[in-house]
Design a protein around this ligand. Sequence first.
Ligand code: 5GP
Length: 147
Amino acid sequence: MSLTDAYDPENIFARIIRGEAPCYRIYEDDDVLAFLDLYPQSFGHTLVIPRRSAACNLLDVDTDALCKVMVVVQRLARAIVDELQPDGVQVAQFNGAAAGQTVFHIHVHIVPRYAGQDMRVHAAQQGDRGELEQLQARLVRRIAAGA
Ligand code: 5GP
């Protein structure tokens, strides 16, 4: 998909927002939704998306929605670091297929990084469902505790 193609309301994140597809949700408010990546590149890989913005990427998202997403990205990165104690945390965002984007509803990746561990291949192997459920519960508790 190019940078200028129209938004497809049937993309998987739009379906997750509408409740038509499941996700391991860790945070939501009126404007922002965050859930675990189903194909995690590391333990704790999280995606943060605007709920109300039909935007494909950074270029077409409205500034207000983007700001709300980034505030949540910071809050969740702090909570993830507190809970999982990674050695680093990568925040990434891709625009257009040529840049590695595979889902065309704007999103930000939070990828905890652990010293000595390479990232797993992008969108390649589905995470273990039991592990994702446990991780979801841990992060929901941590976020609720106000991290
Ligand atoms: P992108 O490549 O567009 O920056 O990232 C899209 C991300 O969405 C990938 O990391 C991929 O693993 C993840 N993903 C793809 N399909 C699903 C899904 O159905 N549920 C969840 N939670 N993540 C998905």
